[in-house]
Each structure stands twice: as structure tokens, then as C-alpha cells.
Write a protein that binds this ligand. Structure first.
Ligand code: ZN
Length: 402
């Protein structure tokens, strides 16, 4: 099977072409079409495939096979006859965007290599942002310096050239990204910037990249993962951030320059509020416990407090119960005052009672969940009248303590 002639290798600006169908077969609800030549870029080398049209059908995927053939996955098309001439049209805005990102990657990778000897070990051209994986950690300042150097190359509008050389000649050259290919090697050279083996599509002059903006940088596998956007993506990125900042500015009624100090002020205020709230909660727990203890009743040798408390959840019931039994000889059984009922049982260190067993006793009467230790246990989810729960708790306490 002879390899497909890749028209984009020699002319990455070609948007329309005519080609002969070499093979066509149904595949996954599409028609897989192989042509003698194509301007469609197949997914490879970190760059996604082109889309567009082939005859009356929509090209939704382009696949590069091991044998050097390129297959077009065409939607909503009759299976073309072998030998038929078809007209192909590449979705140009998508392709040009990929060319901007991919060419930008060469320039940015070259800057990282030249300034900090940071080698690019991975490249992914994503839907929104692209990433370069570097083999060493870089500081934020180093990333910014590389970004500046890369943009200087963009604005210098350097020529980008493509040529095919033999593998032997490629081996003699100092390539930033060497090739493992045998036979002819495709070299992409950016004047006084970068020389790499690459099969991707690139702009003809660096000025067409527009701008290279780093969007993120984080430690990754002992190196750095740098996110970046070029050309129109960079413009969209700025617009999106402008919207976000405008939203924050409206919410906080400050200028963009005041955002950071205002957020710090709000956070400090919240911390102070939380401190005040915790102090007040502590005082409320003490007051609740004190009034409950005043109404405690003697059962066996212990003072027993059984009560339903309005507006409490499991957490605050436990806080009050634990506060009550800090007093020697005391037992507390506290419930919430609405269905489903939450219950907390606590006893002082000197009372012979298994709080967890008492919860189990309640679970024997109503479905729910619960557990704990002999000193403190809690249950919840009881679909019961809170008064019935306290009544049964009283009975069980009487049996356990007398
Ligand atoms: Zn490339």
C-alpha cells in the first residue's frame, strides 16, 4: 500500500484540493476514505486533526495509520467509488488556530531551551489551552522571561521554512527536537530560533502567531507543565479574564487594582466573625448546660438530665451533653425536637453506665443509626416523636442505674 501524499507537508496554507479515491469502506457510522493525496492533517505529534468537507460529506476525523496512509472519516456521505475524483476543503479557522498554537509551541520551547536548558518532553494542543512539559522545574520569573523572549521572536516576524533531508543529514544537524524516523526527515526551521524535526503544520512567518501568552505553570513529574495560548486564543483568554474581573469588581464594589487587598480584608473579617461566633457558641453551651443541670433529677446514685432541645443539631446536642457531664455524677440524654430525632447520651467519668448500650436500646424500638463509646454515644434518623424517645430513654436509664 503506497503512502498518502501529504500536501500540507509542502504547503500548510492549502485549503482546497482535488484528489482521487484509493479506497473507501463503511466504518463506525462513517465512511473511511483513503485518497492518493490530502491537505487534511491527521492527529499526530500533539496536534489534533483537521475537519472540513470531502465531496458532500463532513470530515469529522483524520487518522494517520502505521503504514503511512491517511484515512478520512466522512459523515453523511455515500461511499465514493475507487478512482473517483473528490474535492476536499479544510476548515480553515480551525486549522489556522492549530498552526498558531503549534508554531507558538516551537518558539516557546526554543526559548525555554535557550535560556534555561529546559528540554520539552511533551506537547499537547488542547481544545482551549495547550501544554508544554519541561524536564526541569522553572521559577515563575524564569517562565515570564521565556515568555518575553518568545514574543520578541513573534514580533520580529521571522521566516519559518520547511525542508526534507535524509536521516543522515538530520543526524548531523543540531536539532532541538531530533527525529527517530528513517528515510526522509521533515525539518521545520524558524530563523535564528529553532530547528526541529516535525510533521505538523506551521505559519509561514512568526508574526502570524500574534502573541504567546502563558496561562499556567505548575510542577509536574519533577519538571514544569506550562499552559499557553497563542493568537486568537490569547485574545479570548484576555476577554474571559476581563469578564471574571468585572464580575468580582461589581460584587465587591472596588477597582480591579483594589481586588486583592479587598479580598484579604473580607477574609480577615470572616476569620474575626468565626472567632466571635465560636466564643458565643461556647457561652451558649455553658448556659444551656447550667439550666439543664438545675432541673436534673436523681436516679439511682446519679443526677439525670433528660431533655429535648429546640434548634439543636447532633453537634450542638453533643457539646451541651458533654458540658453537663463535666460535673461528677451526672448523666445527660438530649434529643432534638423534630423528626427525624437525633439523640446524644453522655455520662460523667464516675457513673457506671454504658451510653452506647442505651443508644442500642433506642435502636431496638426505632429504625435509625448510631453508636459510640461507653462515655458518649449518639444516634440519629429516628422517625419518632421526640417525647416518646425521651420517655423510653428515661425508662432505660432507670433500669440501668437502679
Ligand atoms: Zn511542529
Amino acid at each position: 500500500m503506497s503512502a498518502t501524499t501529504r500536501l500540507y507537508y509542502t504547503d500548510s496554507t492549502l485549503r482546497e484540493f482535488a484528489a482521487a479515491v484509493v479506497a473507501a469502506e463503511p466504518a463506525d457510522g462513517c465512511v473511511a476514505v483513503r485518497l492518493d493525496r490530502t491537505a487534511f492533517y491527521p492527529t499526530s505529534g500533539g496536534q489534533p486533526n483537521d475537519t472540513g468537507s470531502l465531496g458532500s460529506g463532513r470530515v469529522v476525523d483524520v487518522v494517520d495509520r502505521e503504514d503511512g496512509t491517511v484515512w478520512h472519516m466522512v459523515e453523511a456521505a455515500p461511499v465514493p467509488a475507487v478512482g473517483e475524483t473528490v474535492h476536499g476543503q479544510v476548515d480553515w479557522p480551525r486549522r489556522f488556530d492549530h498552526m498558531q498554537q503549534h508554531s507558538g509551541q516551537h518558539v516557546l520551547s526554543a526559548a525555554f531551551a535557550q535560556l534555561y536548558a529546559a528540554r520539552t518532553v511533551g506537547f499537547h494542543l488542547g481544545e482551549r489551552a495547550s501544554t508544554i512539559d519541561l524536564d526541569r522545574p522553572l521559577s515563575p520569573e524564569q517562565v515570564v522571561a521565556s515568555e518575553s523572549a518568545a514574543n520578541a521572536v513573534v514580533w520580529d516576524d521571522r521566516v519559518v521554512t520547511v525542508r526534507l533531508v535524509s536521516a543522515e543529514e538530520a543526524a548531523r544537524l543540531e536539532l532541538r527536537k531530533p527525529s527517530s524516523r528513517t528515510g526522509r526527515v521533515r525539518l521545520v526551521e524558524i530563523d535564528r530560533c529553532d530547528l526541529s524535526a516535525c510533521g505538523g503544520t506551521h505559519v509561514e512567518r512568526t508574526g502570524a502567531i500574534g502573541i504567546i501568552a502563558v496561562s499556567s505553570a505548575e510542577r509536574f513529574k519533577g519538571g514544569t507543565r506550562v499552559g499557553f495560548v497563542c493568537g486568537e486564543r490569547a485574545l479570548r483568554h484576555v476577554r474571559a479574564q476581563r469578564e471574571q474581573v468585572a464580575g468580582c469588581v461589581r460584587l465587591l464594589s472596588v477597582t480591579p487594582e483594589e481586588l486583592v487587598s479587598e479580598i484579604k480584608r473580607v477574609q480577615t473579617g470572616q476569620r474575626d466573625q468565626r472567632r466571635v461566633t465560636r466564643a458565643l457558641e461556647g457561652r451558649l453551651v455553658s448556659l444551656d448546660a447550667a439550666s439543664l443541670v438545675a432541673a436534673g433529677q436523681p436516679v439511682g446514685g446519679a443526677t439525670v438530665v433528660v431533655s429535648r432541645l429546640a434548634g439543636h443539631d447532633a453537634g450542638s446536642l453533643k457539646a451541651v451533653a458533654v458540658e453537663v457531664v463535666r460535673r461528677g455524677g451526672h448523666v445527660a440524654v438530649l434529643t432534638s425536637d423534630a423528626r427525624p430525632v437525633a439523640v446524644v447520651v453522655a455520662r460523667a467519668h464516675d457513673v457506671d453506665l454504658d451510653a452506647a448500650a442505651l443508644i442500642r436500646g433506642l435502636l431496638g424500638r426505632w429504625a435509625g443509626r448510631g453508636g459510640g463509646r461507653p462515655e458518649v454515644a449518639q444516634g440519629g434518623g429516628f422517625d419518632a416523636d421526640p417525647d416518646e424517645v425521651t420517655a423510653l430513654a428515661r425508662r432505660l436509664l432507670g433500669q440501668a442505674l437502679e
